[in-house]
Design a protein around this ligand. Sequence first.
Ligand code: TPP
Ligand code: SF4
Ligand code: MG
Length: 300
Amino acid sequence: MKDMEDYRNDVEIQWCPGCPNFGILKAFKKALVELNRAPHEVCLVSGIGQAAKLPHYLNCNFFNGLHGRALPVALGIHVANPSLTTIVVTGDGDCYGEGGNHFLHIFRRNPDITMVVHNNEIYALTKGQASPTTPKGETRTMQTRGVELRPLNPLTIGILQGCGFVARGFAGDIDHLKYLIVKAVAHKGFSYVEVIQPCITWGTHPVSWYRDRIYKLDDDYDPTDREAALTKSMEWGETMPVGVIYKAEPGDLFADRFRKTVTDRPLYELAPHGKEKILKYLSEFRAADNDLSAKEDRLW
Ligand SMILES: Cc1ncc(C[n+]2csc(CCOP(=O)(O)OP(=O)(O)O)c2C)c(N)n1
Ligand code: SF4
Ligand SMILES: [Mg+2]
């Protein structure tokens, strides 16, 4: 049996004290323990942002790449080694702004990957500019006269584009969020969990404002009813539902189609010496990087 200690590392956390991201981190640890995944069986993938730092603070495989590009990297990792539990951790700016193209098309591909989006309606790492989910009219550090554009409704897009698992959680309800992450990872096919994550430094509203408006979907709600789910996904403002909003049959999976059309074996099996080669390239890259740094030191 795994426990939370298996996922703990000693990396110093760079979030503001009290940031709701701490709640999401804890929900992740609890979910991975409940799923009984060992750290080496998990790979977290992220881009850039406060949200994208989360994988740094967990003891497991992770890949931290370019802004907005976590999804294609995750797809590559998943095809190379489908036995890994691959989870993308991203923010509203990273995913719906810079990564908007990948966000749209991942649903069509339907890989067995989970994506968790921290939605704080802001570009927090770069000090509070508007993001695609900032409500119209609200001011931000760059949008001092109020945002003129209508916000994106990403959950509705997910359902319309055929995502088989669409959920919303709240960073302030760790156990419920853990429940959603467990369900999402267990779902075969692409699963999408958006998390309401108020930014207490740059955001407009305190955590209590969200708490007052959030409610859990009750047992009478049927997430397999697509029409009802579309309506529910558009509910945002004075009331904000959390829970599994939409669930469908998994459909055909990206890795299975890849096996039929490209190769019937995981890519890592086709390159048995891959690990040695990667270690060799990394040591060459580091040597070149050190060499460059030494030259820069001499220049400056
Ligand atoms: C290509 C590129 N454009 C812009 C930036 C600057 N940048 C870094 S993080 C960020 C916003 C991240 O916002 P979000 O994904 O919502 O994460 P948060 O910090 O809010 O968790 C931006 C614009 C960058 N690093 N790279
Ligand atoms: S700036 Fe906002 S999102 Fe970033 S760590 Fe601070 S409270 Fe959290
Ligand atoms: Mg954000």
